[in-house]
Design a protein around this ligand. Structure first.
Ligand SMILES: NC(=O)c1ccc[n+]([C@@H]2O[C@H](COP(=O)([O-])OP(=O)(O)OC[C@H]3O[C@@H](n4cnc5c(N)ncnc54)[C@H](OP(=O)(O)O)[C@@H]3O)[C@@H](O)[C@H]2O)c1
Length: 304
């Protein structure tokens, strides 16, 4: 590998991608980093912010293999951030892996899902396919099996505040979430150096909580009473749709809660803290910051 390997981050206009690049910049020169952007013309604000940091921008659309072929030229290590387009990810990720192989990329780090091989979540299926594609490719790879971002739970708060009730279907299941920035730190650590080929990291927060505990934290931070209402997954899905959410959101939330009840988002292996070299961000901190920010009239923090 060259003295200053070329590090490529896909989905660089996304929230995780942006945090990975900011973390990399703490230890790596900007000239070593390339930001892959689906459509630079459509993301001017985010692209200009990256350019101002001295980062090279290359178009890299998972659906356009030609862009990927030129994007990966000269790249040593690649972070493939999983696409946000559920249902289309198998083909998209395989396009990225094929192009990386053709370009001679030396390592692909992929943001998978916690315990992908055994996860009951329907979201895990596309990740399993991508993990299989990586294994078939022959390109050295590392699996960053990310648990849930704590920020994800703030998405359910506006509805919960409206009714004073936080609905869910996770029962007593425990969730080992961490801040998005923690996962970004792990991805940056794996991309920036060391021998991670062949490694699988189950990444999750140091502590875990039930949804009832989460609700207690929200009530304390807001000073407003709130209770947790446990429902069957189907009743929860119907309630989410009734609140105006699209079908896919109802499916993801209810299926995820059902999986949480079976332990799908619990892990106490400590790999995330070890990779980032510090404890993970307590979920209470993320949730409390969100609630206080909203109460101060600031809406959601930009990273929620
Ligand atoms: N662990 C969790 O709790 C959790 C929660 C939500 C999502 N996720 C997964 O983790 C990923 C990163 O999270 P995030 O918070 O950074 O999500 P995000 O802010 O939505 O970013 C997703 C990124 O993927 C890019 N992308 C989507 N389709 C693409 C395509 N066809 N070609 C190239 N780039 C494409 C987006 O590009 P544009 O900027 O052009 O849209 C964006 O940069 C998500 O995409 C999703 O797979 C995990």
């Amino acid at each position: 590998m060259p003295a200053s390997p070329k590090l490529f981050v896909t989905g660089a206009t996304g929230q995780l991608g942006g945090l990975v690049i900011d973390t990399l910049l703490e230890t790596v020169p900007a000239s070593a980093i390339v930001a892959g952007v689906r459509d630079p013309a459509k993301n001017e604000g985010a692209v200009n912010a990256l350019r101002e940091k001295g980062i090279e921008i290359r178009a890299a659309d998972y659906t356009q293999p030609a862009t990927l072929a030129s994007a990966f030229a000269g790249v040593d290590r690649l972070l493939l951030i999983s696409s946000s387009e559920n249902g289309k990810r198998k083909v998209q990720h395989r396009n990225v892996i094929d192009a990386a192989k053709d370009a001679g990329v030396g390592l692909i780090a992929y943001t998978s899902i916690l315990h992908a091989d055994t996860s009951p979540l329907f979201l895990a299926e596309e990740h399993r396919d991508t993990e299989a594609a990586l294994a078939e490719s022959g390109v050295p790879f590392a699996l960053l099996r990310n648990g849930w971002y704590s920020e994800v739970y703030t998405w359910r708060l506006p509805l919960a505040f409206k009714h004073g009730v936080f609905m869910g279907a996770a029962g007593e299941g425990r969730i080992s979430s961490a801040a998005r920035a923690d996962y970004a730190g792990a991805a940056a650590a794996v991309l920036a150096g060391g021998d991670h080929a062949g490694r699988t990291y189950e990444l999750a927060g140091d502590a875990s909580f039930t949804l009832a505990k989460l609700v207690a934290v929200v009530a304390e931070a807001s000073g407003k009473p709130m209770t947790y209402q446990n429902m069957t997954p189907d009743a929860f899905r119907v309630a989410v749709l009734k609140a105006g959410a699209p079908e896919i959101v109802g499916k993801i939330l209810s299926d995820t809660d059902a999986g949480v009840a079976k332990g799908a988002l619990f892990d106490d292996g400590g790999a995330l803290a070890r990779l980032i070299g510090r404890p993970t961000t307590p979920f209470q901190a993320t949730i409390t910051e969100f609630v206080r920010h909203q109460q101060a009239g600031g809406g959601a923090p930009s990273h929620a």
